[in-house]
Write a protein that binds this ligand. Sequence first.
Ligand SMILES: CC(C)(COP(=O)(O)OP(=O)(O)OC[C@H]1O[C@@H](n2cnc3c(N)ncnc32)[C@H](O)[C@@H]1OP(=O)(O)O)[C@@H](O)C(=O)NCCC(=O)NCCS
Length: 231
Amino acid sequence: MDVVNRQPKLKKMAYGLRPMEAKDIPQVAEIERDAFPTTWPPTAFKRELNNPTIRYLVTWQREDIEGYLPPTPPPPKPSPKEAFISRLFRSVTNVRPSENHKEEDIEYLTGFVGIWFMVDEAHITAIGVREAYRGRGIGELLLIGAIDMARARSSRIVTLEVRVSNNVAQSLYNKYGFSKMGLRKRYYVDNNEDAIVMSTSPILDPPYSEKFQQLVQAHREHWGRTIRVLS
Ligand SMILES: CC(C)(COP(=O)(O)OP(=O)(O)OC[C@H]1O[C@@H](n2cnc3c(N)ncnc32)[C@H](O)[C@@H]1OP(=O)(O)O)[C@@H](O)C(=O)NCCC(=O)NCCS
């Protein structure tokens, strides 16, 4: 009987990872508002997409997986004041909803990460997940994608800033071997909060590489295997 070496079949994760495209901008801007409500001005994603030193990855919901959650319903019609703010917002970000794209072409996005590639350092500029989709391994999938991309580009280390009060994000970063390097006093202009500067050890060195591979494997075993496209 063929029972030798048979591995238990891993389930599939309900979310995939891929590079951001122009058609994603309205949804990514929406996720930014959800995850970083005090960010002002909003990120000019259209311009960022043309910047060769910055890369964005997004997570999308797979509809072919058991346990598929339909996207949260659209918000109620805005009041005239909200509609004015929304028009103002679009004029700043240059975002037009569904510009040149049919609704059915667009997957439902659940999170995004931005990575700025400097000489030998990859800096995570933002990582955010829609509130309703947190705690499902999506933030971790985005961080795995960012570190994988940094390794593929031979970055030496990955760095980021995080609010001193953001224990959830710090827990994620600690899990992936980020350590505190210093403090930027009053870094966040909305409430003058300090930022903790965090960095990995060299990501291509064997100690980090081994730890990273173990974490990726543990994520796969816990949440299921997924589709990861980096470029
Ligand atoms: C931080 C954020 C991206 C995490 O995304 P997420 O999809 O909820 O996280 P995951 O489900 O992948 O969890 C990964 C790890 O994050 C940490 N984490 C997630 N939820 C947590 C919670 N409620 N309490 C403590 N730690 C938590 C844990 O370390 C977790 O690993 P574990 O499952 O082994 O415990 C998400 O909370 C978010 O978008 N927050 C708002 C924006 C933000 O603060 N971004 C970071 C700016 S620096």
